[in-house]
Write a protein that binds this ligand. Structure first.
Ligand SMILES: [Zn+2]
Length: 88
């Protein structure tokens, strides 16, 4: 890399310029190659099944909770519909 102070070319792993002693910027990391695995290899069959089951269970829980809420709603609506002098 080049010294930002005097322009001397230094080794990439040098922290200070060999000529003027100016601090060199931190060496840029080599281009990091993320291990780009195809989705199929990450999600092998067993994890896909597990994921599918997880979402299925989540959907079931959601359906059950929604249906129980909707079941409760009419009674609570009826309660609200009743004038307060009857309730008390
Ligand atoms: Zn320098």
């Amino acid at each position: 890399m080049f010294c930002g102070h005097c322009g001397t070319k230094n080794r990439n792993d040098d922290h200070f310029c060999g000529i003027c002693g100016a601090k060199l910027p931190d060496p840029q990391p080599e281009v990091i190659y993320l291990e780009e695995k195809p989705l199929e290899s990450i999600l092998d069959n067993s994890s896909v099944l597990l994921l599918a089951f997880f979402f299925f269970a989540l959907a079931m829980i959601a359906i059950i909770s929604v249906s129980s809420i909707t079941k409760d709603l009419p009674s609570s609506n009826k309660l609200e519909g009743i004038p307060s002098h009857i309730l008390y």
